[in-house]
Ligand binder design. Structure first.
Ligand code: ATR
Length: 290
């Protein structure tokens, strides 16, 4: 009997070598005994990206699902046949489903993945005061869900190194949803961390062992959650400082896990059993040095 070639899934972006997504998804494929494989597709520039996206439409192309990461989450929208309403509002897509007829559907599972992780952490967002550092793709997804959910926070203060980028992001989102709870501030001090119920870092500060903290650690307090989307190292200096002040802390591995489960669910067309989700989470956790 001739063995069927595997269905191919993967992630497009650049650079990709540190991605944990192949670990997570290949663990699930193996456990489910399906003939599929998840690969890295590093696309070094926009030209290569455009050619790759055009070939996705080719009859016989064996790719049926993709994750999309930096720097293509926004640019990919131009290549998609049908964009899910949330992804359209957020203006970013991180998951593609490609049918046998080579139609491309786009979703954003970053925002819902963030919400699922915060649910697991026991943090209720309704009427809370949130402070956010950074105004890139991750903040775009987080802001979109926070503005769109029924149980919205009372306020979101946003600080970014480049003020104009934060301002442009909030203005753009404000055209598609009620973003009136979001205020872009000029300095980290204006985030009012001492009054905040949660602080979220979406910048890469802390990724490379930088010891300088983006906010004054004396402002952290026991009644707040400090959340760093960085998961490697598992505890950034920011999280360490927050923990020392008695704050609840979490890295972003849970967000990566939940977005991955939701992407997988989109590819499978159904939810997967809890035991397979556990395998996905374990594979992720094993990929990060403790
Ligand atoms: P992601 O998709 O992970 O959010 P991104 O879109 O590249 O990544 O966004 C990174 C964010 O971190 C940006 O808001 C960036 O600030 P600028 O808008 O000024 O570029 C911020 N950032 C990156 N390096 C930083 C640094 N060393 N200090 C402070 N902010 C930084």
């Amino acid at each position: 009997m001739v063995k069927e070639p595997p269905a191919i899934y993967g992630i497009i972006g650049y650079p990709l070598e540190h991605s944990l997504s192949p670990r997570m998804h290949n663990a699930a494929f193996k456990a489910l005994k399906v003939n599929s494989v998840y690969k890295l597709f590093p696309l070094a520039n926009e030209q290569v990206f455009t050619v790759f996206m055009e070939h996705l439409k080719d009859e016989g192309n064996p790719i049926f699902g993709l994750n999309v990461t930096v720097p293509y989450k926004e640019k990919v929208l131009a290549h998609i046949d049908t964009v899910d309403p949330f992804a359209l509002k957020a203006g970013a897509v991180n998951t593609l489903v490609i049918t046998h007829q080579r139609k491309i559907f786009g979703f954003n599972t970053d925002g819902p993945g963030f919400l699922s992780h915060w649910h697991e952490l026991g943090f209720h967002l309704k009427d809370k005061r949130i402070a956010i550092l950074g105004a890139g793709g991750t903040t775009r997804a987080i802001l979109s869900v926070l503005c769109l959910i029924n149980d919205r926070p009372a306020s979101i203060k946003l600080y970014n190194r480049t003020y104009e980028k934060a301002e442009a992001l909030v203005k753009e989102l404000g055209q598609k949803m009620d973003a009136s709870i979001v205020e872009v501030v000029n300095t980290p001090e204006d985030l009012d961390v001492e009054l905040a119920d949660a602080l979220i870092n979406t910048t890469p500060v802390g990724l490379k062992g930088e010891t300088q903290l983006p906010v004054d650690p004396n402002l952290f307090h026991a009644d707040m959650l400090v959340y760093d989307v960085i998961y490697n190292p598992a505890e950034t200096p920011l999280l360490k400082a927050a923990k020392a002040k008695g704050a609840q802390t979490s890295n972003g591995l849970g967000m990566l896990y939940y977005q991955g489960v939701l992407s997988f669910t989109n590819w499978a067309g159904m939810d997967i059993d809890a035991k397979y989700k556990k395998i996905m989470r374990k594979a992720l956790e094993e990929g990060v040095p403790a």
